[in-house]
Design a protein around this ligand. Structure first.
Ligand code: SF4
Ligand code: SF4
Ligand code: SF4
Length: 275
């Protein structure tokens, strides 16, 4: 009984994903959804299981399992543009299929439950950036987060222009946009990481998806909280945080609160088990 309680979280996560998988499979009459959400649910549950077993690379394993699946299988093999341009494209065509469902689950409504878990455990851009040497930022955060609104608007204008111009073979353009867009993201992300000595600089200043993720994750059900009676205010949690979150403040308005990617570095490093 004690063992089952210990592993309750991965079991619950697996059940939630299976419910989504079966519901979408039956309502959309498409076996793909059963495979897709079962695979993601199993990967995430495996990661939580490994985390409970104190395996230090648990998060990275989930990130690679889900990120590579999205990038290589869905993107490059199935030709689904899972970037933000793909979301606009399917939205404009009125198709509620892979990319729109992906955005609804992972990036728009899902963050109400699991915050920016997507950024910590699934994003294929961060999957590569997290291999770089600056796991914790070496300089204070810069005040240039407004750039994300420009990239967000650019992605929307790009797809709208394709529709207004009645571009031919738009599916092929979207595939090319996916490949070129990813290359641009990786190159920009790597340059910024070295320039700012911060692996997650791209996430903090450039990524357009944060325009969805940040406001929704403000209300996230799952949050790291501080047990004030245990905290000795040593500041270690803030020093190891890749996203500069003031995690000792339990309010929703805490500094950089909507940046938390639930990576658990603060939890692992707290000497008093206060998080
Ligand atoms: S902020 Fe953007 S690039 Fe960074 S992990 Fe989240 S979705 Fe990926
Ligand atoms: S690491 Fe733990 S004890 Fe230290 S400030 Fe953070 S929550 Fe408090
Ligand atoms: S270290 Fe803690 S506060 Fe910072 S992003 Fe990771 S889980 Fe969130």
């Amino acid at each position: 009984m004690k063992q089952i309680r210990k592993y309750l979280h991965p079991i619950i996560i697996l059940i939630i994903f299976e419910v989504v998988a079966v519901t979408l499979w039956l309502t959309k009459n498409n076996l793909f959804y059963l495979f897709n959400f079962s695979y993601i649910g199993l990967s995430v549950s495996l990661g939580i299981f490994l985390f409970i077993r104190k395996y230090k690379h648990a998060r990275r394993i989930v990130q690679l399992l889900v990120g590579l699946y999205m990038l290589v299988y869905l993107g490059l093999i199935c030709h689904e543009n899972m970037q933000i341009e793909g979301f606009w494209y399917y939205l404009f065509t009125g198709v509620f299929e892979a990319a729109t469902i992906h955005y609804a689950v992972a990036k728009i409504f899902g963050p109400l439950i699991f915050g920016r878990g997507w950024c910590g455990y699934a994003c294929w851009t961060a999957m590569v950036l997290d291999f770089l040497p600056y796991k914790t930022p070496k300089h204070p955060r810069k005040n240039i987060g407004w750039i994300r609104y420009i990239t967000f608007a650019a992605s929307l204008i790009f797809v709208a222009a394709l529709f207004l111009a009645k571009a031919g073979n738009i599916e092929r353009i979207m595939l090319l946009a996916f490949i070129i867009g990813n290359i641009v993201y990786y190159v920009t992300g790597i340059i910024l990481a070295f320039a700012f000595r911060d692996n997650r600089a791209f996430c903090k200043y450039i990524c357009p998806i944060t325009v969805f993720l940040k406001p929704m994750s403000y209300y996230s059900l799952i949050r790291i909280k501080c047990k004030k009676d245990r905290c000795i205010e040593c500041g270690k949690c803030r020093r190891v945080c890749p996203m500069d979150v003031d995690v000792t403040d339990n309010s929703r308005d805490r500094k950089n609160g909507t940046e938390c990617i639930l990576c658990m570095e603060c939890v692992k490093n707290c000497p008093k088990d206060a998080l």
